[in-house]
Ligand binder design. Structure first.
Ligand SMILES: *[C@@H]1O[C@H](CO)[C@@H](O)[C@H](O)[C@H]1NC(C)=O
Ligand SMILES: *[C@@H]1O[C@H](CO)[C@@H](O)[C@H](O)[C@H]1NC(C)=O
Ligand SMILES: *[C@@H]1O[C@H](CO)[C@@H](O)[C@H](O)[C@H]1NC(C)=O
Ligand SMILES: *[C@@H]1O[C@H](CO)[C@@H](O)[C@H](O)[C@H]1NC(C)=O
Ligand SMILES: *[C@@H]1O[C@H](CO)[C@@H](O)[C@H](O)[C@H]1NC(C)=O
Ligand SMILES: *[C@@H]1O[C@H](CO)[C@@H](O)[C@H](O)[C@H]1NC(C)=O
Ligand SMILES: *[C@@H]1O[C@H](CO)[C@@H](O)[C@H](O)[C@H]1NC(C)=O
Length: 622
């Protein structure tokens, strides 16, 4: 049973900006902002997120010059639970760059960077490394390239116990359906996480927007690098136009190719090493354009490219392959990396080495998600039981596998490639509320344990349709009403604990019969269950005929009673009339004396006189 406690909050954006056929969908959110914000220079619009109720909006700091110029953040203290999400609705299905900028709470004594995990559509894509805010580079954001198919972008932040996740901004930018196509594994099963993106020889970092890049490029951030640390590089640049850059599917900004790093004559190899995570696959994209005016034709510069020592591209002649000078050439390769470094080596066989830009992505297999109906059923259960935030029921119940919902047991179905819920363990959690009918949508449950809470209301009859159910423990709650007949249909049920509730009525015969043969059960301490050995009997079991007979008998008795009462009343009226005649002739005191005497007579003379006295007595005293 997972022990992570959390809660999740969803957030709906009702507006989206897909105004022209050719404009990509763009959604930018300034987290914690009460008003929409426009950032300078590019006049970029960032929507407020004040409709979002989770987390705490506050003033924050941007950890780096790369971060957009926004002053608010939203952070998620552990009291809000370990899993918190932004669910951005109405995102057209397509291929997207999703970028999340981290922030820091603006407080002098708030010196520890929070470390947390980020998932996109249920797949864990990034874990913040310690010291991230000291690096003035790409580590202030996480960026992935992913397909969004279901109209929603679900971005979740998972606490790891090292500080409160704090988010500065979110961007969801549509790109070409084939952007960064790297081979047959490309598609909905993979996510590309940006590891590095370097513009070589450029003295300044830039976004695509600074380069006047195409909007379909996803406004990439290009960090700058002017040396690979070899003391022998030369930065090249040109103002000539570069062709073939801003083409589909990747729409690179032309200016990217207007700078390059090359080598001096005496040290022809260019080598760049970056730290990576071990045992991952990386997609490496290398950019070239022949911008050196001294290279005028094919054959003058020929290079081999090695990645971690293996020749990945051989005999690359940029002028020849691009079709001339000042034309972009993009090469990509997928490489498995077992160690912690990735080294790109440009080894010339003719002329000097050169490179214009480098992109490296980690290839992440997307997680399968949990069956839709089951997620909805759990959300209903969460509401009906008023589940505390600490359970963290936000995002997907089963994925990322590192951060499942507390209290829901997950199983993976190979045949459908979906996760499903096979157990609910919410015992002794102080839950109130009721059990909704929708619990039956969790149709693969094998065990339910809600023991020791304060759940009230009826046991839903729909439980009887969860045929896989083997253990049902609802003991020590306030369930009332009777045990639904449908539970008798649960042929796999081995354990049924309904003790210590307020249940009443007959235990269904089908259930009682089967339980007596093998299954264990406990019905004790209820308001009034009956009908199986060990419990009180429910009284004679009557057929329909007997019930009609009894009904008829009761009617007859009523008629007789009414008749008798009428007779008695009439007789009494007659006696009264007779006594009034007598009373007119005798004073009250005498009548009273006579009554006393009559009573005494009853004592002395037996029942017949006594009855007479009783009949006369009340009428005299009135
Ligand atoms: C954030 O800063 C603004 C001024 O810049 C101030 O008015 C506001 O009270 C601050 N909010 C918080 C939560 O500190
Ligand atoms: C990347 O390389 C693969 C083969 O290695 C190729 O099929 C694909 O077209 C390349 N992608 C782009 C966008 O050029
Ligand atoms: C270079 O491109 C710009 C626009 O991108 C254009 O105005 C200019 O004429 C081009 N220059 C040449 C030499 O083609
Ligand atoms: C890397 O790719 C290979 C071949 O596609 C695959 O078998 C392997 O599982 C991948 N490794 C990781 C860590 O994803
Ligand atoms: C349910 O949980 C309670 C208390 O945590 C435990 O004693 C009981 O055995 C569990 N029931 C089943 C059927 O496992
Ligand atoms: C069960 O209890 C609820 C209150 O918790 C009450 O409204 C309902 O009438 C009860 N039902 C039965 C059948 O006793
Ligand atoms: C049934 O539950 C009661 C408490 O409600 C407990 O005292 C008793 O031992 C249980 N019986 C069995 C057979 O487990």
């Amino acid at each position: 049973m997972a022990t992570i406690k959390l809660h999740l909050l969803c957030f709906t954006f009702l507006f989206y900006t897909l105004n022209a056929r050719n404009a990509p969908y763009v959604m930018r959110i300034s987290c914690g902002a009460r008003q929409d914000v426009r950032t300078p220079r590019s006049n970029t619009l960032w929507y407020k997120d004040s409709a979002y109720t989770g987390g705490i909006p506050t003033n924050g700091t941007r950890p780096s010059y790369i971060s957009p110029i926004l002053s608010t953040i939203r952070y998620f203290p552990l009291s809000e639970g370990p899993n918190n999400c932004y669910n951005i609705q109405r995102v057209p299905r397509g291929h997207y760059v999703v970028r999340i900028f981290f922030g820091s709470v603006l407080e002098p004594d708030f010196d520890n960077d929070p470390l947390f995990d980020i998932s996109v559509e249920g797949t864990l894509v990034y874990s913040l490394p310690s010291g991230w805010s000291n690096h003035d580079d790409e580590q202030v954001y996480a960026e992935v390239l992913t397909f969004l198919e279901d109209g929603t972008a679900s971005l979740c932040f998972h606490s790891t116990g090292h500080g409160d996740p704090a988010i500065l901004a979110i961007e969801i930018l549509q790109v070409d359906e084939k952007a960064y196509y790297f081979g047959p594994e490309y598609g909905q099963g993979t996510i590309l996480r940006t590891h590095s993106r370097l513009s070589c020889g450029d003295p300044k970092p830039k976004f695509d927007v600074d380069y006047k890049g195409d909007r379909w490029g996803g406004d990439r951030f290009w960090n700058f690098i002017t040396t690979f640390g070899q003391n022998s590089e030369l930065a090249l640049s040109t103002s000539k136009n570069i062709t073939q850059a801003s083409n589909p599917p990747n729409y690179y900004p032309e200016a990217l190719y207007q700078t390059a790093l090359t080598t001096a004559v005496d040290q022809p190899i260019l080598e760049y090493t970056m730290d990576v995570d071990a045992n991952k696959n990386y997609s490496v994209w290398l950019h070239f354009a022949e911008i050196d005016p001294s290279v005028t034709g094919s054959g003058q510069r020929v290079i081999n490219i090695l990645i971690n020592g293996d020749i990945t591209f051989q005999d690359i002649d940029i002028v020849k392959m691009a079709g001339g000078s000042n034309r972009a050439l993009v090469l990509n390769a997928t490489v498995p990396v077992s160690g912690r470094t990735l080294t790109i080596t440009i080894d010339p066989t003719e002329g000097h080495a050169i490179i214009n830009a480098i992109e490296v992505f980690e290839i992440i297999m997307s997680e399968s998600q949990t069956l839709r109906d089951e997620v909805r059923a759990l959300q209903k259960l969460k509401a009906a039981l008023g589940l505390p935030l600490r359970f963290g029921w936000n995002g997907d119940p089963c994925v990322p596998q590192q951060h499942p919902w507390s209290g829901a047991d997950c199983q993976f179905d190979q045949s459908t490639s979906k996760w499903f819920i096979d157990g609910l363990g919410l015992d002794n959690q102080g839950l109130r509320g009721f059990l909704p009918d929708d619990i039956s949508k969790l149709r693969n449950l094998q065990s339910i344990n809600l023991s020791g809470n304060s759940i009230s209301g009826l046991i839903p009859a729909s439980l009887g349709s969860i045929y896989t159910l083997e253990k049902l423990d609802l003991s020590f709650n306030f369930f009332n009403g009777s045990i639904p007949e449908t539970l008798g249909q649960l042929t796999s049920l081995r354990k049924l604990e309904l003790n210590s509730n307020s249940l009443s009525g007959r235990v269904p015969a089908t259930l009682g019969g089967r339980l007596l043969h093998g299954a264990s059960f406990n019905f004790t301490d209820n308001a009034g269950l009956c009908g199986i050995p060990g419990l009180p009997s429910c009284g004679p079991h009557l057929s329909l005929g007997a019930k009609i007979g009894i009904g008829f008998g009761v009617c007859l008795a009523v008629v007789l009673l009414v008749t008798c009462a009428t007779c008695w009343w009439k007789r009494r009226q007659n006696i009264l009339r007779a006594q009034k005649l007598t009373a007119r002739e005798a004073p009250y005191a005498k009548r009273r004396t006579q009554f006393s005497r009559d009573v005494q007579m009853t004592l002395h003379h037996g029942p017949e006189n006594a009855r007479t006295a009783a009949e006369n007595g009340p009428s005299l005293l009135t």
